[in-house]
Ligand binder design. Sequence first.
Ligand code: PDD
Length: 285
Amino acid sequence: MDPIAYVNGAFVPLREAKISILDRGFLFADGIYEVSAVLDGKLVDNESHLARLERSVGEIRLPLPETIARIKEIQHELISRNQLKDGLVYIQVTRGADVGRDFAFPKGVKPTLMMFTSVKDIVNAASAKSGIGVITVPDIRWTRRDIKSVALLAQVLAKQAAAEAGAGEAWMIEDGKVTEGGSSSAFILTRDDVLVTRENSSAILPGCTRKAVVKLAEERQLRIEERAFTIEEALKAKEAFITSASSFVQPVVKIDGKPVADGKPGPLAQRLREIYIEFARATGT
Ligand code: PDD
């Protein structure tokens, strides 16, 4: 079956979906995106992703061309048209296609809204069982990482370096501390059983999965500290893991080739993964 995408009001075969070469997303990375997981045909934690979409577009003064209610309908229509059971729904909104290449906001140009789905079996991913290795790279991004902007070149380079090193993710380092993964939030479990993840600020994207996992962990009386950590601390930790819409919770077993604890997926990371999947199934929309 040919996948169906949505572009500016129309449902079209993905292969035929087109955007102008003058689109500001293409020319300036002047746009915002969101990724929601789909599990058993239902969107996972979607309200949280759409709330972040509204916040991100607000931060760059980009008006959404459709209401959030309509965006939700389009997400569901895409899931249904593509008969998607397990995967992702991608949303991108840009400041539209002007007649030229002026940096300042164009007047009277309608923002571009496009969405598509992809198939991904996140629950049964082999890397969730084996755990992943991460490499460290300097965080060379801009200083408004709380905005989910489509300007992802730093992450493209970071994740390419990880792929070339046979690792599953890159942890980005700033001032000696981990900010986050190329496309995920970073956690460790210290020797004295404190779950540590960096506090939200403009230094990181406020991860929706991170937020849900912190809440689920708090409800289970786990001790949590929201603060930055170093790689030295991560290498001394009992466990490490990442969270994201596209991976849920995945154990990290190696950092720059060195094992975390015994180099095996940690029990808490595995338990939190199960708890998150239960939450995702119970609350899917
Ligand atoms: N990435 N940090 C960064 C830099 C990210 O790009 C992402 C998500 C996260 C995790 O956020 P969430 O839990 O809301 O997915 C953290 C998505 C999945 C992507 O770019 O494909």
